[in-house]
Ligand binder design. Structure first.
Ligand code: HEC
Length: 111
């Protein structure tokens, strides 16, 4: 009886732990940092890339805000085929959060 009960408890706990996976499948939880590396890293590389590598500290938070809101990348290169608007939004938040003047600046960027 105790064994059955503890197995039942085990199953319930496992199901509860699995709920976040159903609510937030990995593809949706991929955050700004992941997309930054995947998408921006397509071209921005320290070696052999089409464009130079950079890190969030390249700009201050307000400069990143302007960079994205004015769609400044367009002047250098159209990246709408490589990066979706939803991904751009996540990447923007990541870069602003870790910008040069942020609480948590990140200087290690794309490789
Ligand atoms: C398809 C290739 C490609 C992708 C993808 C790409 N870039 Fe670029 N990016 C470029 C090129 C080419 C330049 C111009 C490099 C130069 O002027 O030497 C550039 C320039 C830049 C610059 C410098 C702009 C300036 O005014 O000097 C920044 C910042 C930048 N990209 C950020 C990003 C971010 C953030 C992402 C991801 C959302 C991204 N790039 C994705 C190709 C790309």
């Amino acid at each position: 009886m105790i064994k059955k009960l503890s197995f039942f408890c085990f199953v319930v706990v496992m199901l509860v732990l699995a709920v976040p996976l159903f609510l937030y499948p990995p593809s949706y939880t991929a955050d700004g940092e992941t997309f930054f590396n995947l998408r921006c890293g397509l071209c921005h590389k320290s070696k052999g890339g089409e464009a130079p590598a950079f890190a969030p500290v390249k700009y201050a938070s307000s400069q990143w805000e302007r960079f994205f809101s004015k769609n400044k990348h367009q002047r250098k290169k159209d990246i709408s085929a490589e990066v979706s608007p939803e991904e751009i939004e996540l990447i923007k938040q990541y870069l602003m959060k870790h910008a040069a003047d942020s609480d948590r600046p990140i200087a290690a960027g794309l490789k």
